[in-house]
Design a protein around this ligand. Structure first.
Ligand SMILES: [Zn+2]
Length: 373
């Protein structure tokens, strides 16, 4: 199952991961069998379920508002936020780049917990004022939303990267040291420590017979621990690659396929002879005509290969988005990921002067990161 789009808010796509449905069902169920019957005795069975589902929906609306607050501040700092994803462990605002400085990082990070704590205060005021007094179980609903938002705000302030508190810690270290990679390394270590801490508390809770809650904390701990490691790798990758020009890593000369070649020739002369899954296609005067990959060949029946020219199936040049030799390798990698391409040609004055692959980039990253730290 794939994530599906829920809606679009101010140009930001909100997508829901299938794992979200699991946690949604789990929260509704635990509220319906535990919290509401205890907090508001006398409710009918149907009433309990309606309130539980409403509470779970409002909880996720609260998580969404939390994420939107990050997104608004990120945009104000000039960072694109194409997607907000809701999944098993809550929400995440997917930002296209890192903040440009520790100040921006701090503001983006602190917005989320402050928003959750603000929501907690609003729900608490509504509960104290007895706003839903007329609705059976309404008081219990507001109490729940006040305490769950307070818990969200406080949990996210734990100083483990990539939690919001860990980002605040990173911003502080970044401002002190002037080095985002070193700040991320320390904040990431703190993230794994917080992860182990959560696992420890979870195991303790489990032993104390709080089975679901305990297991849940262990899972969040494992998730945070892994996320801390991979976030550090991502920051390091961005830092290392942004300092290298495409010209320095591109391979040349480039094996190109003539645009009049048939698919049969593409297979026998190129795919069977070179260790690549895709090739640039060139016109007779050396210009880029397009890119052709093994995937584009597959839908064509084998008996048609001999009379089908490569240009009939290739991605035409105007959709290839070739690289420029002076571009930095980070933007090259981002472009390859967006285009879902394993390799992209490098063009200068309309001539193909080289080719760069994701594999080359990752190999250089592995070499350089060891020399750097
Ligand atoms: Zn947050």
């Amino acid at each position: 199952m794939r994530a599906f789009s829920l809606m679009r808010i101010a140009g930001i796509r909100v997508v829901i991961d299938p794992s979200w449905l699991l946690i949604f069902a789990l929260i509704s169920w635990s509220l319906a069998v535990g919290y509401f019957p205890a907090a508001s005795p006398g409710l009918s069975g149907t009433g309990v379920w309606i309130l539980s589902v409403a509470a779970a929906l409002l909880l996720f609306a609260s998580v969404l508002v939390h994420e939107l607050s990050h997104a608004v501040l990120a945009r104000r700092a000039g960072i694109q936020v194409p997607r907000i994803r809701l999944f098993l462990f809550g929400g995440v605002s997917e930002m296209a780049s890192e903040p440009s400085g520790p100040g921006a990082e701090f503001r983006i990070a602190v917005a989320g917990p402050l928003t959750s704590l603000g929501l907690a205060v609003l729900f608490w005021i509504a509960a104290t004022a007895g706003l839903l007094r007329a609705v059976p179980g309404g008081q219990a609903l507001l109490d729940y939303l006040a305490s769950i938002n307070a818990a969200l705000g406080i949990f996210n302030l734990l100083p483990g990267f990539p939690l919001d508190g860990g980002r605040i810690l990173r911003a502080w270290l970044w401002a002190r040291r002037g080095d985002i990679v070193s700040a991320t390394r320390t904040a990431g270590r703190s993230g794994s420590l917080v992860g182990y801490g959560l696992m420890g508390v979870g195991i303790y809770e489990f032993i104390q017979q709080n089975l679901v809650g305990g297991l849940w904390l262990v899972l969040i701990g494992i998730f945070l621990n892994q996320a801390a490691g991979s976030s550090y790798q991502t920051t390091l990758l961005r830092d290392v690659l942004s300092g290298i020009r495409v010209r320095a890593l591109m391979k040349h000369p480039v094996v190109t396929v003539p645009d009049h070649a048939s698919l049969e020739e593409l297979v026998t002369e190129y795919l069977y002879r070179h260790p690549h899954g895709s090739f640039p296609v060139a016109t007779s005067d050396g210009r880029l005509a397009g890119m052709v990959s093994v995937d584009q060949l597959k839908p064509v029946p084998r008996e048609d290969w001999i009379r089908t020219p490569v240009r009939a199936v290739m991605t035409p040049a105007d959709r290839v988005r070739p690289l420029h030799p002076e571009e930095d390798c980070l933007s090259a990698l981002e472009r390859m990921i967006r285009a879902d391409a394993g390799r992209l040609p490098v063009l200068e004055n309309d001539r193909i002067i080289g080719i760069l692959s994701r594999r080359d980039l990752m190999r250089q990253f592995e070499i350089r990161k060891d020399l750097r730290v």
